[in-house]
Design a protein around this ligand. Sequence first.
Ligand SMILES: Cc1ncc(COP(=O)(O)O)c(C=O)c1O
Length: 377
Amino acid sequence: MMNLFDVYPRFDIALTHANGVNVYDDKGQEYLDLYGGHGVISIGHSHPTYTQKLKQQIDAIGFYSNSIEMPIQIELAEKLAQQSGYSGHQLFLCNSGAEANENAIKLASFYTNKKKVLAFKGAFHGRTAAALNITDNATLSARINKKNFPVEFIALNSKCQLTNALKDEDVCAVIVEGIQGVGGLDAPTVEYLLFLSKICKEYGALLILDEIQSGFGRSGKFFAHQYADIEADIITMAKGMGNGFPIGGILIHPKIEAKPGMLGTTFGGNHLACAAGIAVLETIKNENLMENANELSNYLKAALKEIPGIKNIKGKGLMLGVELDFSIKEIRTKLLNKHYIFTGASANPNLLRILPPLGITKTQVEPFITALKKILS
Ligand SMILES: Cc1ncc(COP(=O)(O)O)c(C=O)c1O
């Protein structure tokens, strides 16, 4: 028998099917999914637009590489242009979040001909070589990753640390998450984003916004950084972009000129991935999912505030963190095993992470509020 390489702590649950905000195990038990498999499910599990588009696409053609014309990539890019507020940027498609960040950093270095990256304390940008080096968690790195990678971690929202770090003339980029996910829902303030945008221009460093988790409507805006009136040079995307189909992408400022071979990938932007991305964008628009994310966010925050024992509620839209005075470990287990509700954890042991599908309704979140009240009483 071949063993699986045992790197994942797993719940003793095997899911067989899913629908909207619910997933079902092999024993027929229904669960409420407030986590979406690490914030991936944006328009809902097995959404009819999504399944139909993917089925049609696979019947037509599932894959060909980027050596041919890809009208479906152009269709995706046009929809992104309309909905993201970044109609002047260019689109490069890849397959995952880490890969998106890897390409973003590489582009910044190509463009500026510099090599140092400024990232933030608590940041998580992925597990490939460069992405891992700008992730603030040394325990994930092998010796080969740590080898002299030019990175400096700045305290989030510290103007003075950022200004000092930018004095090093070799900085090619500053990368920041729209809202930190794995780190525990800390975010750059609107004022800080304005400062970041201005000072990056001043020092000739590119501003990269990692919207892999906080993008695609999750925050109630298309990208979380759009709460500030700024334009990022490069935006990285994945997770909610494909509602579970592996797809990632980067939006690239028009000043960065493409050269053949500069970036590349075999699978990136394949027909099926684009069909998934198009289904997601159409559904976000047709079902007003960003408005719903805002409305449900306000509703959830108000309801959670009434529960004694909750110390703080962090985040925006449907990217929320419920902070307690003690570890959420037991609560998360109870929510899953007794109340059949999936939630997430983070680097902050006291913070419960909530990332439901963006179309969730008030009735559908009710069991979570009731369960949390009961557990905390
Ligand atoms: C903000 C952020 N960036 C990058 C990544 C890496 O994405 P992937 O796991 O698709 O490589 C993640 C994954 O959790 C993330 O939350």
